[in-house]
Write a protein that binds this ligand. Sequence first.
Ligand code: C2E
Ligand code: MG
Ligand code: MG
Ligand code: MG
Length: 300
Amino acid sequence: YAESALDTAKLRGKNRLCFFSPQDYERKLATIELQEELEAAVRAEFKGFSIQFQAQVRSESFDLYGAEALLRFDSPRRGAIQPAEFIPVLEDSELICPVGLWVLRQGLEQCRQWRRTHPRFHLSVNMSYAQLRQPEIQSDVLRILRESGVPGNALTIEVTESMELKDYPHLNTIFREWKKEGIQISVDDFGTGYSSLGWLKELAIDEIKIDRCFVSGIQNSAYNLRLLSNMMELADSCQIRVCCEGVEKLEELSALSRLRPALYQGYYFARPCTPEAFADNILNGRFDPPKLAVAAEPAC
Ligand code: C2E
Ligand code: MG
Ligand code: MG
Ligand code: MG
């Protein structure tokens, strides 16, 4: 107890008094347990991990562009755990490195299968800074891509916008090697971290994903609309594709449609779902997002 109290206090920074409550202790214990479960899952050939797919939709035609692969974890003790809880634990323990490559491999295998009937199907995969820090990441990704048989231009790698990324000198080299194979680089959660277009240009970023916090309730916020419009103008001038994340409501969609982002993703179109459900309902089903409702809106 004392040891973990000290650890927690250290994490909160130096030169400050820190109270440690039983709740803190329980939280810390839960994290340790979760980490042990995640380690065991990796050792057991990723048992307990799975991937869901969320549709990405072209804005001009409302047809399917592809999907983002989203990692899921089922704890043997607690059942489904939220990514917001288990991803940081994977990152802190660097377990994200083997798990992230597993997601890439599985995602690409699924993508290869789906491209047999949907040749333009595109896959997006998230990548943590902890993975990009690994010296082997550049060749690992290229090897897995090659083994999958999927062309590089069907893959986008999403990295979350953060200071860490900007400070990482080798990123430029890694991204350029990937881009030679056609892989595209996307900045996830754009607008929430360190936004600098100089940086976007330097790293030759292909896509930004506007964070849900800007999209949510956009129809009621002239300020956010202006902000978004500026972001998109800048992205446009750098030839960066824009994907709007977290579109939940028709009102949001019609406000966004005037700004003309290239892609949409959000519950309004589809929730993340298992590969089976994705194939049944979205690929082979009647994936028919209600475009008429948008077209009926006045043009400006
Ligand atoms: P993200 O990459 O920004 O993924 C989008 C998140 O927003 C997903 O949450 C998705 O389910 C959620 N979302 C999509 N549309 C909507 C919407 O309309 N409304 C709302 N409220 N939410 C929406 P999820 O699956 O919980 O994942 C959370 C984060 O965990 C991801 O955010 C990503 O940063 C991370 N993550 C997930 N899978 C992986 C992975 O394989 N590797 C790494 N490194 N990180 C991952
Ligand atoms: Mg993402
Ligand atoms: Mg993210
Ligand atoms: Mg995001």
